[in-house]
Ligand binder design. Structure first.
Ligand code: NAP
Length: 290
């Protein structure tokens, strides 16, 4: 534990609920290891009080904040500045103290990118399937397009939500590279090539373990690598089905780690190397398994 004295600075998490967060484990470990006089605590914010929480945090000299459900979009009107990527995504998960308030960032996508690099998952030139068309899937589609993925196909229960993302990303990229289909339309995917598949729905997330948004075995024969953004449970049904069909499978725990590490880097200006990142990952996994 960092020695708390008159110089100690505070960072924290705004959300509701916040009781099961792993962020204090990551940030308090990094503060200790990098010798920063900083503590990180969860703040449970009542419904409708996001603006009060941001103003109060500034008044109390907080150095930075993470923001989680349901406030990732709600806090934006109360920020002094907004980073370009966060503006494009329309959601923030990290606030950094600046002159007169906080600047909002989104570290989820750079976090996912660093996690995929660390896990050795290649994006460039890959044909990709994205399951889901919610807030995260939208940002994932943009990230993959920018990082040089080949064709991207969004499979979603509500096809229109996927079509809307495809329009946005194709418009931004200036070419048609994202296509939308309904969930069961995977059977009409061209050829017999195999895909990198990002699972970005909340189906299978704790406490609904044991469910996958697509159960059919023939779907998983089209997947060479399955990347589930869910981190609890550590092995999802999607991952089990991917592995059973001969693919590699990863969960969202390294994305969770790196979104936190990037936030910590923004707050402190300290770059976290891979050795320390791996140690923080071990701490996070220990806490997750308790
Ligand atoms: P969201 O905006 O609520 O979107 C949910 C998506 O799941 C929608 O496309 C929805 O389809 C689909 N869906 C939900 N229930 C379904 C069902 N029963 N059958 C078929 N489709 C269903 O959620 P989000 O914010 O994008 O989050 C998505 C996932 O990312 C969550 O599992 C979250 O845990 C994960 N995540 C992970 C990290 C990390 O650090 N690892 C960070 C952020 C988020 P419709 O469009 O048809 O409604």
């Amino acid at each position: 534990m960092t020695k708390i004295n008159g110089f100690t600075r505070t960072c924290g998490l705004l959300g509701n609920p916040v009781e099961h967060t792993l962020s204090p484990v990551i940030h308090n470990f990094l503060a200790r290891e990098t010798g920063e006089n900083l503590v990180y605590v969860p703040f449970l914010v009542p419904s409708g009080m996001a603006g009060d929480a941001v103003r109060g945090a500034y008044a109390l000299n907080l150095k930075g904040l993470n923001v989680t459900v349901p406030y990732k979009t709600q806090v934006i009107p109360f920020l002094k500045e907004l980073d370009g990527l966060a503006e494009q995504i329309g959601a923030v998960n990290t606030l950094v103290r600046c002159e007169g308030g906080f600047k909002g960032y989104n570290t989820d996508m750079p976090g996912l990118y660093r996690a995929m690099c660390r896990d050795g998952v290649k994006i460039e030139g890959e044909k990709v399937l994205i399951l889901g068309a919610g807030g995260v899937a939208r940002a994932v589609a943009m990230l993959l397009a920018e990082k040089g993925a080949g064709r991207i196909v969004i499979l979603n229960r509500t096809k229109e939500h996927g079509e809307e993302i495809a329009r946005t990303v194709n418009g931004y990229m200036g070419k048609d590279m994202v296509f939308a289909m309904g969930l069961s339309d995977y059977r009409s995917l061209p050829g017999d090539e195999r895909y990198l598949c990002i699972q970005a729905t909340n189906v299978g997330m704790y406490p609904k373990n044991g469910q996958a948004v697509i159960e059919a075995e023939d779907f998983y024969r089209r997947v060479h690598t399955g990347y589930d953004l869910i981190f609890n449970p550590a092995v999802t049904r999607f991952m089990e089905l991917t592995k059973a069909a001969g693919g590699k499978a990863y969960n969202g725990s390294r994305m969770l780690l790196y979104q936190g590490i990037i936030a910590y880097e923004l707050w402190t200006g300290i770059q976290i190397g891979e050795e320390l990142a791996d140690k923080a990952f071990e701490k996070m996994m220990e806490a997750m398994n308790q």
